[in-house]
Each structure stands twice: as structure tokens, then as C-alpha cells.
Design a protein around this ligand. Structure first.
Ligand SMILES: [Mg+2]
Length: 129
């Protein structure tokens, strides 16, 4: 990984979720950028993709859903080395299946504990070193 890599982009339309996730992960020394909708997320990707290693992406968002953001990201070659993990309140098999079909690198239910989230992030970032 290059020096500038390592940022995690957290995308969720609920500001409480982006804020809590940001605060929690910053305690563990992760660098976090947050976005509150799909459009903002895609704009940040365009500007800062060289710094971003991982995107935690909410599925249920107004206007542009997480699935749509995922499709757009996966269609752009320069974003190929960025891991995308979908984050949803649902944990339906159907969502997991769709996430996989669209090329997501992982899927997490929002109900997981902070510790589980942290372990997952450590593990998935290790796989791409
Ligand atoms: Mg949402």
C-alpha cells in the first residue's frame, strides 16, 4: 500500500451512523471520510480515490442507493483496488446475493457490534496488503 492510502469512506444517509462510525474508527487510528448520500460519496471518490482503501456503504439511501453507488464504482477501472463493503439494516440473503453479483467485496449487517466491525475491517484491509 502506498503512503497516502488507508482512508475509509463511510457512506450513510443517517448522520448519526456516519458520526458514530467515524468516532469509533478514529479511536483505532483509522482515517475516516464520511458522506451522507450517494452523490456526495461519488464526488469524494472522484477527488480522493488515491487515498481511499475501503468504502463502507449503506444500501438504503434516498435518490442513489448503495447498490447504485456500488455499480458506478465497479464500472470505473481506476477504482478497482478499492474495497467496497455494503452495510445494511437488513440481513436478507437476497441483499447479500445482489451485493455479490454487483461485485461487492463484503457485506455487513448494521446490527454487528463495534468490535466485530473493527475485526472485520482489520481483516479485509490485511487481505489487500
Ligand atoms: Mg440508510
Amino acid at each position: 500500500m502506498s503512503q497516502t492510502k488507508g482512508f475509509i469512506l463511510v457512506v450513510d444517509d443517517e448522520k448519526d451512523i456516519t458520526l458514530l462510525t467515524k468516532q469509533f474508527l478514529e479511536l483505532e487510528n483509522y482515517n475516516i471520510i464520511s458522506a451522507n448520500n450517494g452523490k456526495e460519496a461519488l464526488q469524494i471518490m472522484e477527488e480522493r480515490y488515491l487515498e481511499i482503501s475501503l468504502v463502507l456503504l449503506d444500501i438504503m439511501m434516498p435518490q442513489i442507493s448503495g447498490f447504485d453507488v456500488l455499480k458506478k464504482i465497479k464500472a470505473i477501472e481506476k477504482y478497482n483496488d478499492i474495497l467496497i463493503v455494503l452495510f445494511s439494516v437488513k440481513n436478507f440473503q437476497l441483499d447479500i446475493q445482489k451485493a455479490k453479483e454487483l461485485g461487492a467485496d463484503g457485506y455487513l449487517p448494521k446490527t454487528i457490534s463495534g468490535k466485530t466491525l473493527l475485526d472485520y475491517i482489520k481483516k479485509i484491509l490485511d487481505t489487500k496488503k
